[in-house]
Design a protein around this ligand. Structure first.
Ligand code: 13P
Ligand code: SF4
Length: 308
């Protein structure tokens, strides 16, 4: 069976849209109606008139789409596609933490569960975190969760002190400083660009720090440069498509794996076959209990409003 052809046929038949993150495998990115970062994907999910949303990403992303579209069918190719960062912030512990600091505004990175969003005042992504933090009056204390690396980066950018949750992403904490230094010695003319989920010492080496969309834009606007790219390696597919002549090398991970780069095994759980199956069967579907959805919607809507 020609999976690509069948997916296109089903998409039309069911009035479905395929939204994919830059970390998805190339064949999924190639068939998607829209490929983007977490903010772009939330914006697309908020404005789509499709009846079925196939979310080629991880669970919290599909859940955000469902929170915005309670009457639409939202499917995720593999329900086990989770996120270490979202897992590092259990709702019951986070609830106790926010209760202990009732005077704090709670800003949560979109990489968290619906339950955690329901405990938040404003959601943010890596592309608008600085702007969202700056929207809070200077004398108001802030809790920032769950990513401590992004939180620290935003603190440096804004000069604001924030109470950070101790969470992180296994993929962005897997870069090896020793291997990065060795790689840069071999390619001294390459610029290092990094995602703010990376650790402080990695960010310290970077010429540019930004979200996945920000990194792609940076490469596009610097056509004469070469790059070492410190984020999940799936992004190289889109970067190379946009800039076929630019030399790109993924930042090396501590562990040796097939690509000697950093890959998110959650993102890579989705395959073209699973995407076809979930569209055909309209399963597995994402469901969010209504009392949680109502409370989680508000901080997402605040973010979308502030990002216009
Ligand atoms: P962005 O899509 O905001 O760049 O974040 C990357 C990420 O880790 C998504 O899980
Ligand atoms: Fe979560 Fe990290 Fe994978 Fe993004 S790359 S989905 S933050 S584990």
């Amino acid at each position: 069976m020609d999976l690509v052809k069948e997916i296109k046929r089903l998409k039309k038949e069911k009035n479905a849209v395929i939204l994919a993150h830059y970390y998805q495998v190339p064949e999924i990115q190639d068939i998607a109606d829209y490929v983007g970062d977490s903010l772009g994907l939330s914006q697309k999910a908020a404005e789509t008139d499709a009846d079925v949303i196939v979310f080629a990403g991880v669970h919290f992303m599909a859940e955000t789409a469902k929170i915005l579209n309670p009457t639409k069918t939202v499917v995720l190719p593999d329900l086990n596609a989770g996120c270490s960062l979202a897992d590092s912030c259990p709702p019951d512990l986070f609830g106790e933490f926010t209760k202990a600091h009732p005077d704090h505004v709670v800003i949560t990175y979109v990489n968290c569960s619906a339950e955690v969003k329901a405990l938040s005042d404003i959601v943010c992504t890596s592309s608008n975190a600085v702007k969202i933090v700056e929207s809070v009056p200077k004398d108001t204390p802030i809790i920032f969760a769950p990513d401590k690396n992004l939180g620290r980066y935003v603190m440096r950018q804004t000069g604001r002190d924030m109470l950070l949750w101790d969470g992180s992403c296994i993929v962005h904490e897997a870069f090896s400083m020793d291997k990065l230094i060795a790689l840069h010695k071999k390619h001294p003319d390459y610029k290092i660009i990094a995602h703010p989920e990376s650790e402080e010492h990695i960010l310290g080496t970077a010429t540019y720090i930004g979200s996945t969309s920000g990194m792609i834009n940076y490469v596009k606007t610097h056509p004469n440069d070469k790059f070492i790219v410190a984020t999940e390696a799936g992004i190289l597919h889109k970067m190379q498509l946009e800039m076929p002549d630019t030399e790109l090398v993924p930042a090396p991970a501590v562990e040796d794996n097939t690509c000697a780069c950093s890959e998110c095994h959650f993102m890579k759980m989705n395959t073209l076959q699973k995407l076809y199956d979930c569209l055909l069967n309209e399963s597995p579907q994402i469901e969010v209990p209504e009392h949680i959805r109502e409370r989680a919607l508000l901080p997402i809507e605040r973010m979308l409003e502030l990002s216009k």
